[in-house]
Design a protein around this ligand. Structure first.
Ligand SMILES: [Zn+2]
Length: 259
């Protein structure tokens, strides 16, 4: 279950199992200044690296983790994933992938988001976790489905996997045009996740699209935990690329199987 943050909580926790630490950082409780105030997770948006390092220490520390345990995806709005372990932890982002998965206890896998959807997967009884970055491109390319398939290929039954759909831009605020409509309907064979808004424009529900992708991959509907918080609607908690522009912070979505 998602646990509501309070006060200066640097992390929105996904409490799925005592053997798993997982969450998405908020923008609170960090040390960055405007436009990255206060807890910016990302080194790639022009913020002071020392502040980002401290922000990550705080967000991870809230769940008993530290940056040396962290393996991060390079993120190219694609649908490739990589299996990682301790040798990738604490190092450079893994290039060319938008999702990471691991069975190594103590290795945290992470993605950065600010409107795109962080999807976290956990199979506590089988010891696997995954973190996925799903914007509309990754969603249309099926990255959530491919993440489930990657765990299934490692021997994890899909019925044993739990999924969390974290904070992202919601259907309330995410207007898209015809190319996105075409990509999504071609990918899903359905326009269920698109609501007509004005001529040539729709509102896209990335939460529903990712839910559909997870269910199509065999995740039980009762195993999908949707937070339902829109990043653009909640400036007090989240950064939003659409709302704030390119010079804004990012949140980190991360998950770790505890040793
Ligand atoms: Zn909204």
């Amino acid at each position: 279950m998602w646990q509501m943050p309070h006060d200066e909580d640097p992390v929105l926790r996904w409490a799925i199992d005592p053997r798993i630490a997982a969450g998405v950082s908020t923008r609170r409780g960090g040390v960055s200044t405007s436009p990255y105030a206060s807890l910016n997770w990302s080194y790639a948006v022009g913020d002071d690296p020392e502040r980002v390092a401290e922000n990550r220490r705080r967000a991870l520390g809230a769940l008993g983790l530290n940056p040396a345990q962290l393996a991060v995806a390079g993120q190219v709005h694609g649908a490739a994933l990589a299996r990682v372990g301790a040798s990738e932890a604490g190092g450079r982002p893994v290039p060319g992938v938008d999702g990471l998965y691991t069975s190594e206890a103590g290795t945290a896998v992470a993605v950065a988001v600010a409107d795109c959807v962080p999807v976290l997967l956990a199979a506590p009884d089988h010891g696997w976790v995954a973190a996925v970055h799903a914007g509309w491109r990754g969603t249309a390319q099926g990255i959530a489905r491919r993440a489930v398939e990657a765990l299934v290929a490692e021997g994890v039954p899909a019925s044993a996997i739990w999924a969390a759909i974290g904070p992202s831009i919601g259907p309330c605020c995410y207007e898209v045009d015809a190319p996105v409509w075409e990509a999504m309907t071609a990918a899903f064979g359905s326009d269920r996740m698109l609501v007509p808004n004005r001529p040539g424009h729709w509102r896209l529900d990335l939460w529903l699209a990712n839910q559909m992708a997870l269910e199509a991959a065999g995740i039980l509907p009762g195993h999908i935990e949707l937070l339902g918080w829109c990043t653009a609607c909640h400036p007090e908690w989240f950064f939003s690329y659409r709302r704030d522009g390119a010079r804004s912070g990012r949140m980190g979505g991360f998950i770790c199987r505890l040793p």
